[in-house]
Design a protein around this ligand. Structure first.
Ligand code: NAD
Length: 388
């Protein structure tokens, strides 16, 4: 048995209808709340009204900042931090996908510290302190696990860079995971966010910081995703499937908070950093076929375990054969959920691949892959991702 440590401070409230608990959860941490969301569209109106009513009945005064965009930028965070200061907020509530929950965390930092959120990235000397406002997270997608992580991803459009605050101070105090909130997610976003959760679970198995605890959760998450994601992509109203995906997403979030991700996430951050029209899950999906073949010989046991979840008949095959077949199983899974594409499908110029390769090496993710890519190998991997 390996030695390990495992930490998770978030109070998780999981289940259908749990959104009614949001007011009381927030009231435990403050009386003046900044609600952080994407713009109010008809699809979200009822949810935002319900959240505000719950806050009001718990005696919490709320200001609503609805300026978040997918792949949130430093500019949106600064506007949100201004709103927090104007409202004299003492707690921040993020309701939405990873973009809204991460923004709530970054706003909680920027509203209470000099400079901007970009000054507090994981590698900087200045780190957020206990002055950071408490954050409550309500997830409405099943993908990023942000409701249970210490990560807030932000995009700096001027620098064409995407990076993250990574500090235990931004762990949400409470995470509300109510699968009913996910019934409205459109097919493609279900697929893209679901594949992100798969990538979190699989990469945490590969990471040298993996533990028996994270392995157990990662394998459970993968089992749930393999079984339910294709079905829910076909039928978004499948309540049991939505609950399974929400739980898989939460498990995978607990895995990345403790083990971390690997090479695909280095690429998965670099692509939307340079081309913000690409979703995080899309950036992962387009590099998985090349990544699995590059990594497989260096992580046979993990590839075998996951291959046999995809296809129990692989129990009859040798470990070597089952591991190799796992790469094909992932290809098939991507096709089944409509996530089979290359860089060219997003109009990314092939001539920019060298810059993209350089950018994909910046985060520690590649360094945690069982096979660490050199810059030339990273470029070759990206060339393989160009066309499908
Ligand atoms: P998102 O939050 O960007 O949302 C994508 C789209 O889905 C948006 O248009 C949003 O309005 C819509 N949407 C959200 N919930 C919906 C619902 N219930 N019904 C209908 N539409 C809905 O997507 P995401 O993939 O959840 O988050 C991506 C962001 O999270 C990226 O910036 C990524 O880098 C980051 N991320 C963070 C972590 C972390 O640990 N903090 C991990 C992985 C990724």
């Amino acid at each position: 048995m390996r030695d390990f440590k495992y930490f998770q401070p978030t109070d998780i409230r999981f289940g259908s209808g749990k959104i009614v608990e949001v007011g009381a959860a927030v009231a435990k941490y403050g009386k003046r709340c900044l609600l952080v969301t994407v713009p109010v569209e008809p699809i979200f109106e009822a949810l935002f009204d319900k959240v505000k009513a719950s806050l009001k009945s718990a005696g919490v005064e709320v200001a609503h900042f609805d300026g978040i965009i997918p792949n949130p930028t430093t500019e949106c965070i600064t506007a949100g931090a201004e709103a927090a200061k104007q409202h004299n907020a003492d707690v921040v509530l993020g309701v939405g996908g990873g973009s809204s929950m991460d923004s709530a965390k970054a706003i909680a930092v920027e509203a209470t510290h000099p400079g901007t959120s970009w000054d507090y990235l994981y590698f900087r000397d200045s780190q957020p302190t206990e002055k950071t406002l408490p954050v409550i997270a309500v997830s409405t997608t099943s993908g990023t696990g942000s409701q249970v992580t210490q990560v807030a991803v932000v995009t700096n459009t001027k620098e064409r860079d995407k990076s993250a605050i990574y500090n235990a101070i931004v762990y949400p105090k409470v995470a509300i995971v109510d699968p009913d909130l996910m019934l409205t997610i459109p097919e493609h976003i279900t697929a893209s966010t679901g594949f992100d959760a798969f990538a979190h679970a699989f990469e945490s198995l590969l990471n040298p910081n993996a533990s028996p605890y994270t392995d157990m959760m990662a394998l459970e998450a993968i089992e749930l995703l393999v079984k339910h994601l294709p079905r829910v992509v076909q039928d978004g109203s499948d309540r049991e499937g939505r609950a399974a995906l929400a739980w898989a997403d939460t498990l995978a979030g607990l895995c990345i908070a403790n083990a971390g991700v690997t090479l695909p996430h280095g690429i998965g951050m670099a692509i939307p950093g340079m081309y913000p029209h690409v979703m995080h899950g899309e950036a992962l999906a387009l590099n998985y076929p090349a990544f699995t073949r590059f990594t497989c010989p260096h992580a046979i046991s993990q590839f075998v375990a996951v291959g046999r979840i995809f296809n129990p008949e692989l129990r009859e095959e040798s470990d070597q054969a089952a591991a190799e077949r796992m790469c094909e199983e992932v290809d098939q899974f991507l096709k089944e959920i409509g996530m089979w594409f290359g860089l060219a499908d997003f109009d990314i110029p092939q001539a920019e691949i060298p810059d993209l390769a350089e950018q994909s090496m910046v985060l520690p993710d590649n360094g945690n892959n069982p096979r660490v890519a050199t810059q030339d190998e990273m470029q070759e991997l990206l060339e393989q991702c160009y066309r499908r």
